[in-house]
Design a protein around this ligand. Sequence first.
Ligand code: NAP
Ligand code: GCO
Length: 259
Amino acid sequence: MSQFDLTGKIAFITGASYGIGYAIAQAFAEAGATIVFNDIKRELVNKGLASYKADGITAHGYICDVTDEDNVNATVAQITKEVGVIDILVNNAGIIKRIPSLEMSAKDFRQVIDVDLNGPFIVSKAVAPGMIAKGGGKIINICSMMSELGRETVAAYASAKGGLKMLTRNLACEWAEHNIQVNGVGPGYIATPQTAPLRVTGNPFNDFIISKTPAARWGTTDDLKGPAVFLASKASDFVNGHILYVDGGILAYIGKQPN
Ligand code: NAP
Ligand code: GCO
């Protein structure tokens, strides 16, 4: 049997109606897993369900806000009843607000922390008891370049994603005795709707990112599929508390030297 086989596993990917979460779900389905996802709005869940169906994937979609603990607990209980115990959790749902710190309200800052950091804590805590009772599981937190780096306008996002890196390490330490591996994927700059404003023609940010990336291109959601399957499968059973950066080399690079 392949080290990367996910047959018989139930994978719950948050915020996976489109984008990175959707691509990870496609890869898990290809590896044999049953797909469960949530999104915050009915329209997004319906959009996701239609896309999965068009791809020939049977997916179970739920409306759930990852910041609402009661809502999350009820949804995880419903998934357990209707689909089964969750073996793999991907904390993918996230938001970004690009606002300079001097102009950012505390309310906006808190909202980013709530979705990007408190959300993964709430969902992980809801899912872990089922994994413990079943004898193990895999949790993958979608981190970011901003788990390591800063940049103008993304203080809240960087604080949340830096916190998510440490939540990953801490939960890995706490739950290893239950055979739960908690790891992160740190995508570089990936072409998704979230980064669409940065990629519009004429935005110098586009050239900036390409010049900062040794691979000299934006990442694609497909680039994240293999790393996510690795962290969800038995191939990574002794990998714990690790953030796997999938960034075309950005974190290894000081930047292009002058001619
Ligand atoms: P995204 O726009 O961040 O999509 C995430 C999904 O989560 C959306 O469907 C979003 O709904 C949903 N969501 C937002 N708040 C939620 C909540 N409270 N409860 C449940 N769902 C919620 O798209 P993405 O670019 O694919 O990003 C996925 C993850 O990767 C995020 O955590 C992001 O920070 C991270 N990431 C992205 C990049 C990149 O370059 N794209 C790089 C590194 C990391 P709405 O559409 O209504 O917001
Ligand atoms: C930004 C970007 C980033 C990326 C990603 C990098 O404004 O700098 O949106 O935050 O989306 O998270 O890994």
